[in-house]
Design a protein around this ligand. Structure first.
Ligand code: B1M
Length: 607
């Protein structure tokens, strides 16, 4: 008979390694060897998953390791569950979890779910974009001890309070503990909305939830309302009421460069006549509002935006109810911000067998290039025409499913690479054709990092993704174009390789990820152009206007000296951005960004 301690040690290691088959096999062995199901769970599986969470918190594990660890743990738990049920063991408690209405980010919530399940909770996951009405129904039906709300956007964080008010109105608020979390959420905000708990990480979230159930009155994590002085207003600031004063130095009647020359000068690390401006994405309704019903290209003219984004066409087939399928085989649901979010369960690539039939759309189809033709006719030779593409990450994310991609990175990296290969082959051909039509720059928006850093281990970047990334940048240069790389989050660990791979520009030097323009400028400014980073998570939403002006000035001081810099938001002009504040940002760039830079003018305003 096997030593029971040895089996438990091996089970523990199996979860740490994320090895589902090993954990399932050892769980059977442990039971056959006479170990109690409870002992297997509480002495091996639960401590192992807690260690996986701790490794993630310490930055030693990434999302793939966390998801495969949870999957392995679940393989053991599924075997134990019927036995535990027979012996009368009950779940730690019931936990209803959701991402709030208007928000479709799910992976952070999913990690919270796996940690809760691993800690013995019965989790009812309501998914993303969940309305208060659905929440109330679920609370009535499942009577959870704890409710968890995730929000990942400043615009959706107020839904915490809307949900809590709805619970109050339904007479349910006092029956549950409420926890909140998500990248932009803070403990202070949790207090502000009247939640009971907040956690920055998934593993802490599950520890607090256990505490809520076991020590409902004395939990040390219970937020002490009133003890945390709220320093932020969390309310829309309407501005200070004072009219903004622009510097007395007059704008030249006629700029000495075209927008195209300006952007190209930046890409060659030279000083243009003034700091250019363009954005990766503008919200459709904001465009309509600013142009009185016009489109993106009207906005470009209205604000004198230097770079024009244009994407190839991929046809959609409507499936009704805001759901459509696209030419890549993905099924998408249109939500807030008009984002066509892939429905992961319908992702076209589930396994190697799908690779034989799954093909990217035909890059030779002429209709794909219609928007490019029109953009070149309207703006060619005057403004920089920027082809909006992807590079190595978003393809597998959308065609395998986000969570499944992370799992595949650990379990089937060759499958992921095959998808990357096919996507990049397609992009290269599209880029070649677009180059022939007069495009100037390729801009690839592919988010591989969050606030902590890259979402997967560095060796995967080096060995799996980077070779294809290099293939892409080489093809872009061979087509006579420049490449601008966009990724959210803390990109510091990847920048050396991205710059070495030949990218010509970096965007948006994300301040939420702790990145600083002046640091990137000092280290890479002689090799790449830099774009960013006026904060869109609060400043461009709430102001005040004077702070927007000051932020533009400080960005120009940090990154604009000597040229090589495009001033823009720190992500996109999304639906929460105030059009007036965006206009003030653009006007500030025009007024303060003229070369030679006037450092006196750019000095911070006296308080
Ligand atoms: Co979006 N996005 N996004 N995005 N995206 C963020 C969140 C953003 C911070 C990027 C940035 O500005 N740097 C920004 C929000 C800024 C803000 O408002 N404060 C943003 C934006 C602006 C947008 C769009 C508006 C962009 C646009 O279209 N113009 C749009 C909005 C769509 C919508 O929801 N309506 C959008 C779209 C998308 C994609 C669809 C492309 C994709 C989501 C895919 C998906 O989720 N299936 C996406 C992604 C991937 C991101 C980033 C890059 C990464 C998010 C992620 O998966 N992180 C993100 C950048 C960033 O975070 N810096 C960004 C990995 C995950 C493991 O971490 O989510 O932090 P995280 O979860 C952690 C903790 O927060 C915590 O535990 C988890 C594990 O430890 N936690 C909890 C989470 N929930 C918790 C609950 C708890 C307790 C802890 O208690 C209940």
């Amino acid at each position: 008979m096997l030593d029971s301690e040895l089996i438990k040690d091996q089970l523990y290691d199996g979860v740490i390694d994320g090895d589902e088959a090993v954990v399932a096999g050892l769980t059977h062995e442990a039971l056959d060897a006479g170990l109690a199901a409870g002992s297997v769970l509480y002495d091996a599986l639960i401590p192992a998953l807690q260690e996986v969470g701790a490794l993630f918190e310490r930055g030693e594990y990434f999302v793939p390791e966390m998801l495969t660890g949870a999957k392995a743990m679940k393989a053991g738990l599924n075997i134990l569950r019927p036995i535990l049920a027979r012996t009368g063991a009950k779940p730690v408690g019931t936990y209803v979890l959701l991402t709030v209405k208007g928000d479709i980010h799910d992976i952070g919530k999913d990690l919270v779910r796996v940690m809760l399940e691993g800690s013995g909770f019965n989790v009812v996951d309501l998914g993303v974009n969940v309305s208060p009405e659905t929440l109330i129904e679920a609370v009535k039906e499942h009577q959870p001890e704890v409710l968890g709300f995730s929000a990942f956007l400043t615009t959706t964080m107020p839904m915490f309070k809307v949900n809590i008010d709805a619970l109050k109105e339904a007479g349910l608020r006092d029956k549950v503990r409420i926890m909140v979390g998500g990248a932009p959420v803070s403990e202070e905000f949790a207090v502000h909305v009247g939640a009971d708990g907040y956690a920055a990480e998934a593993s802490t979230a599950s520890r607090i939830a256990i505490d809520f159930v076991q020590n409902p009155d004395t939990s040390p994590y219970l937020l002490q309302k009133g003890e945390h002085a709220a320093t932020k207003t969390y309310a829309k600031i309407k501005g200070t009421g004072k009219a903004l004063k622009w510097p007395s130095r007059r704008l030249p009647a006629k700029p000495s460069m075209t927008s195209l020359e300006r952007v190209l000068a930046v890409l060659r690390h030279q000083e243009p006549d003034r700091v250019p401006h363009f954005e990766w994405v503008h919200d459709v309704d904001l465009i309509k509002n600013m142009t009185h019903g016009g489109g993106y290209w009207d906005l470009v003219d209205l604000l004198d935006i230097d770079g024009v984004m244009v994407a190839p066409t991929y046809r959609k087939t409507s499936l009704g109810n805001n759901i459509y399928s696209d030419e890549w085989g993905a099924v998408r649901e249109i939500g807030k911000d008009n984002y066509g979010m892939p429905v992961d369960a319908k992702a076209p690539i589930k396994g190697y067998e799908d690779l034989e039939t799954w093909q990217p759309p035909d890059p030779e189809a002429d209709f794909r290039y219609e928007p490019i033709k029109v953009a070149v006719e309207r703006f060619g030779g005057k403004r920089a025409i920027i082809l909006q593409m992807r590079d190595v990450w978003s393809g597998p994310r959308d065609y395998m499913g986000y969570a499944q991609l992370f799992i595949n990175l650990k379990e089937r990296p060759a499958l992921v690479e095959a998808v990357v290969q096919k996507c990049v082959d397609h992009y290269i051909r599209v880029i070649q054709r677009a180059a022939e039509m007069g495009v100037n720059v390729v801009f690839s928006g592919d988010d591989v990092a969050d606030n902590r850093g890259p979402m997967f281990a560095p060796n995967l970047w080096e060995n799996l993704f980077l070779p294809h990334y290099r293939r892409l940048t080489t093809a872009i240069h061979e087509a006579g174009l420049y490449h601008w790389k966009h990724s959210d989050g803390n990109m510091y660990p990847l920048l050396d390789s991205i710059v070495a791979a030949g990218s010509d520009g970096i965007d948006p030097i994300d301040p939420s990820g702790g990145m600083e323009l002046k640091v990137v400028k000092a280290k890479y400014g002689d090799r790449v152009a830099i774009k960013g980073n006026v904060d869109q998570t609060e400043l461009l939403m709430y102001g005040p206007p004077e702070a927007v002006v000051e932020s533009v000035k400080s960005c120009i001081v940090d990154a604009g000296v000597g040229g090589g810099y495009v001033c823009s938001s720190s992500n996109s002009i999304h639906s929460g951005v105030d059009p007036e504040l965006y206009k003030i940002m653009v006007d500030s760039i025009h007024h303060y960004g003229q070369y030679p830079l006037d450092m006196e003018l750019l000095a911070p305003a006296k308080a």
